[in-house]
Design a protein around this ligand. Structure first.
Ligand code: ADP
Length: 310
């Protein structure tokens, strides 16, 4: 194991940020910690990398994190704000200079797809490009473990996809990665294993597909309609598993090829509706099932009505 944490705890005054977290990360694995703002992701990353105090046990490369060889670790903190008037090349050169052994800057910039913009000021790059340069700075020492705290937060969707491609290629190349994110899609796409963090506790851990299979529930068809009662009655009469609240009807366990039949039932019973959406269970469904909360695009936790969620 590259990293092992045992019952890690951390409080700031009365605020419990970590309430006994245990996890381990194997060599070559991509492990994503997911959870909304305030779940404890940054505090956990900082505990695991020896940049904050904690209670419990952490073993990084076989010893306490404060003793870990910096040469072996690449750490991208959540707020990493390099000077705007350094070029990408100067920035990576600077970080390379901090290590006994550094990879050639041009090679690292090529790895993150920034070779063509190497001489552009950091401040002139797009958000996605800036973050790629930051990842380059963490790669310059050829680390055994890459730790990225919210690598794509605040980046536009195109930049985020770009970064996903980059992280995916690093993972394919065998780099061990621990990352945090509030984007479930990001974890689903990149991680071999995810840990779901809520209020400082790891509420579940496993591969995205195993978690979805265990906690994600079934596929759902959601209908927004004023005629929720009539719709629910008609669908139940046709044998569908249906639940309704004011203005919302949820049909559970609906394979995609059955959607047309549901629409026919609604048409035949004269039910009108504003919106109809179908989704397969994903990590969002898992998080919702386990914590009763949705995580918004900006990372806020929002409680959701239990019966519509079921
Ligand atoms: P996340 O990274 O998931 O957003 P954090 O680890 O930043 O979560 O925060 C977890 C909890 O600890 C939150 O309630 C946060 O307000 C609190 N917290 C984090 N850092 C500090 C600090 N330096 N002082 C006081 N409270 C903090």
């Amino acid at each position: 194991m590259v990293l092992v944490a045992e019952d890690v705890r951390r409080a700031y005054g009365d605020t419990v940020a970590l309430d006994g977290v245990s996890l381990s990360v194997a060599e070559g694995e991509v492990y994503a910690l997911i959870g909304p703002n305030g779940a404890g992701k940054t505090t956990l990353i900082r505990s695991l990398t020896g940049t904050t105090d904690y209670e419990g046990e952490v073993d990084l490369f076989g010893g306490p994190p404060v003793d870990a060889d910096p040469q072996r670790l690449g750490l991208l903190p959540q707020s990493f704000d390099p000077p705007e008037r350094l070029t990408a090349r100067e920035l990576v050169d600077y970080y390379g200079g901090l290590y006994d052994r550094a990879r050639p800057t041009s090679e690292v910039l090529a790895d993150v797809g920034m070779a063509g913009d190497a001489d552009t000021w950091y401040g002139k790059l797009s958000g996605g490009q800036q973050r790629r340069v930051c990842v380059a700075a963490t790669l310059v020492n050829d680390p055994d473990l890459l730790v990225l705290d919210e690598p794509t937060t605040g980046i536009d969707p195109a930049g985020r996809r770009d970064l996903w491609d980059l992280l995916e290629s690093l993972a394919d190349g065998g780099t061990t990665v621990v990352l945090t994110t509030h984007y479930m899609e990001e974890a689903e796409r990149l991680a071999d294993r995810v840990g779901l963090l809520a209020d400082g506790r790891l509420v579940a851990e496993g591969s995205p597909s195993a978690l979805v299979a265990e906690y994600g529930g079934t596929s759902r068809l959601e209908l927004r309609t004023d005629a929720d009662e009539a719709a629910a009655r008609a669908l139940a009469a046709d044998g569908y598993a249906v639940d309704h609240t004011p203005r919302a009807v949820v049909v559970s366990d609906i394979p995609p090829e059955t959607i047309a039949a549901v629409v026919r039932t609604l048409d035949e019973s004269g039910v009108e509706y504003d919106a109809l959406s179908w989704r397969q269970p994903d990590l969002e469904s898992v998080y919702l099932a386990l914590t009763g909360t949705d995580v918004t695009e900006t990372g806020e936790a929002v409680e959701r009505e239990a019966e519509v969620a079921a």
